[in-house]
Design a binder for this molecule. Structure first.
Ligand code: TRP
Length: 353
């Protein structure tokens, strides 16, 4: 932290000139799932925007498309999934003037570094990853090496930029712990090239799907999507799961086990939230009314997001420019790190003679 390191900034004509930055660097990324949902928004995007607005960090936000190929997908849909994710980043308030937004596969050094890191990563550690176990269970017909080595690519994403702060949800903490382990192993073997990255946990609790059972996810069909029209939000909320012991108006409820209340914590301001908490418990507030207040809060917050997304969708050139600039900037840093890595590992012609 606080160490001075070269920050590559895209200059004119593709020339990349190093300048000094003392700000700690943050890196985070999301898979291009396409239409994002309120869980992605409150658990990740909004937190990223807050971190950026603090101005303390130099930030990179990546659309991790290379991670997404580990699960079978429709090739025709991938470009729009990537574009939509980038649009969501910008529409949520990640200002491309103040951070670097790019697509992982535009910077091939991610994959190269992952290969080197793979040779200091124990197989046993990869096999213990909960997400690997879950995914290989879900996709039994395609348990490929990519879903096994996924955390190595994730470690490479972060280490490539020497990021020290990594905002993630709780489901990614285990991967980050492994990234730290990989970092220590690499440094022990080849010299201190990488600073250790630390996870920064999202402060919003995890939002479940409207079925109230599993994590909100587009593929599970239980998501309120960021692009849902207000009446769709309403319809989904009406069918959403609440405290099963609160059946009719007057029944006392338990906000701490209610997913609707969890969503309120992400979208409703503290005084109104405290009132909901109290009146749900006393029984004065029924689930129907509580859900409509949540609809209003979600719609209020997401309306500007939807407007901005619609604008960007009409002007994809603008988004592509952001992504190209971002890739150029990221690539400058990535090249410089890999030069160090090659040197530390005794690879390439530059180390001969
Ligand atoms: N694995 C993360 C997820 O599924 C996405 C990701 C890939 C990521 N590389 C990263 C997150 C690097 C933080 C840092 O949510």
């Amino acid at each position: 932290m606080g160490q001075i390191r070269a920050l590559a900034v895209a200059g004119s004509g593709g020339y990349v000139k190093p300048v000094m930055s003392e700000r700690a660097r943050i890196f985070s990324g999301m898979q291009p799932t396409g239409g994002l949902h309120v869980g992605n928004y409150s658990g990740a995007l909004k937190g990223w925007v807050n971190l950026l607005d603090q101005g303390t960090y130099e930030a990179l936000f990546c659309v991790v498309d290379a991670h997404a190929v580990t699960i079978e997908y429709d090739v025709k849909q991938m470009p729009s999934r990537i574009l939509e994710t980038a649009i969501a980043y910008i529409a949520a308030g990640l200002d491309p003037e103040r951070c670097t937004i790019f697509i992982q596969s535009d910077v091939p050094e991610h994959m190269e570094l992952a290969w080197y890191l793979g040779s200091v990563t124990p197989m046993g550690d990869l096999g213990r990853m909960t997400q690997f176990k879950e995914k290989s269970e879900q996709h039994q017909q395609n348990v490929n090496a990519g879903i096994f080595t996924y955390p190595i690519l994730m470690a490479a994403d972060v280490l490539l930029y020497k990021a020290t702060v990594v905002p993630v949800g709780d489901d990614q903490v285990q991967h980050l712990e492994l990234a730290r382990e990989i970092c220590r192993k690499f440094n022990a073997r080849y010299g201190a090239v990488f600073p250790e990255p630390k996870p920064l946990l999202s402060s919003t609790p995890r939002i479940l799907g409207i079925d109230g059972k599993s994590k909100m996810s587009k593929s599970r069909g239980n998501a309120i999507e960021l692009d849902d029209e207000p009446r769709v939000v309403e319809k989904k909320l009406k069918s959403a799961f609440t405290d099963p012991l609160k059946v009719r108006l007057g029944d006392p409820g338990r906000p701490e086990i209610c997913n609707i209340f969890t969503m309120h914590t992400a979208f409703t301001a503290p005084p109104a939230l405290a009132e909901i908490d109290a009146t749900c418990r006393s029984g004065a507030l029924g689930c129907g009314e509580c859900k409509m207040r949540l609809r209003d809060a979600i719609v209020r917050e997401l309306t500007p997001f939807r407007q901005k997304s619609a604008e960007l969708r009409k002007d994809p050139r603008r988004v592509l420019n952001v992504l190209q600039d971002g890739a150029e900037r990221a690539h400058g840093i990535a090249r410089s790190t890999l030069r160090e890595v090659h040197h530390a590992m005794g690879l390439t012609s530059r180390s001969l003679g």
